[in-house]
Design a protein around this ligand. Structure first.
Ligand code: ZN
Length: 319
């Protein structure tokens, strides 16, 4: 049995997962991030301890814990280097949890672990290598090869959102300009629509937002594009264009078997998928050679917890 933890800005979810990847039981609490590192980690320990002593864990004891964080951690020291959402910087997450649980603890980025869950149980099941991209307020990534997540020597690998894909005056949260995240996130497409909507009085978006630009969100833009609105389609096309550049850049480095789109924007479904495929076709190099298949994520809310459990399972197997 393994414990997977999905630590988000809003909720802490802790789940008990068996060797087959079935979620047996889960518990959650509001994160209450304003309470700080100590209080949040004590809650994780409390929930995990509760699961460790549950009936199902008695016959098959918990061997390890995997935790997904909305940030980056040093894989060697287990120190969370940065977790902007939780206001954490250089906090010793692994050592605190290991001391509290007397179990080995493994940490990785939440998008990476959601990708690992898709690889083990979801749409990537059966492929050898895959890359998961979460398209939400930012762009996260997970690179998985041979059942292992690839996060690099310093824990900042697979940060696909910070790959530079074009010229831009918009500065990314990371400090650079031109990152994928500044073109292919909900934040980016909303900012683009807000900036240019006044040049397109014919757009149906005007009517939808009743003159209030703050009402523009990703779903509204994609729905308008689906309904045939030229301006919304232009925004979606731009989004897909830069996403395709990012995907083809990943091809240039690792040429994986599959790419998976997840996160809020992936809710646009097949409509988004087809446009990104068209843009990928334009960006491809060695034109006669195929690139990895583009798919939509399959797992929903449990992906983070399951990914955490798979991380613990794969790391313990290595040891
Ligand atoms: Zn960046």
């Amino acid at each position: 049995m393994f414990i997977g933890v999905d630590l988000g800005g809003t909720n802490i979810v802790v789940g008990l997962v068996n060797t087959e990847g079935e979620l047996m039981e889960s518990l959650s609490l509001p994160t209450g991030r304003e309470r700080g590192f100590e209080a949040v980690t004590q809650d994780i320990i409390k929930l995990a301890r509760q699961l460790m002593t549950s009936d199902v864990a008695k016959t098959d004891p918990v061997q390890g814990v995997g935790i997904g964080i909305p940030g980056i951690a040093d894989p060697e020291t287990g120190v969370v280097i940065s977790c902007v959402n939780l206001f954490w910087e250089n906090v010793p997450l692994r050592s605190v949890l290991e001391a509290g649980l007397s179990l080995p603890v493994f940490i990785d980025n939440d998008a990476t672990l959601a990708g690992l869950a898709e690889y083990e149980l979801g749409v990537m099941k059966g492929v050898k290598s895959g890359v998961f991209l979460t398209l939400g307020t930012g762009v996260g990534g997970g690179v998985i090869m041979d059942h292992q997540v690839i996060s690099g020597k310093h824990g900042i690998g697979s940060e696909v959102g910070h790959m530079v894909v074009g010229d831009s005056d918009v500065r990314c949260n990371c400090g650079r300009k031109g990152c994928l995240e500044t073109f292919a996130s909900s934040t980016a497409i909303i900012a683009y629509a807000k900036k240019h909507l006044s040049d397109h009085p014919e757009s149906i978006l005007h009517e939808k937002i009743e003159g209030n630009l703050d009402k523009i969100d990703g779903r509204l833009i994609f729905d308008a594009a689906k309904a045939g609105d030229d301006f919304a389609m232009q925004a979606v096309r731009r989004f897909a264009h830069y996403l395709a550049i990012g995907i083809i850049n990943i091809v240039a480095v690792i040429d994986p078997e599959m790419f998976v789109l997840g996160g809020g924007i992936a809710g646009a479904g097949e409509f988004l998928l087809e446009i990104v495929k068209e843009e990928m076709e334009k960006e491809k190099y060695f034109r006669s050679v195929p690139v990895g298949k583009l798919c939509l994520a399959k797992l929903k809310n449990d992906a983070g917890v399951l990914g955490g459990a798979f991380l613990a399972k794969s790391r313990l197997k290595e040891q």
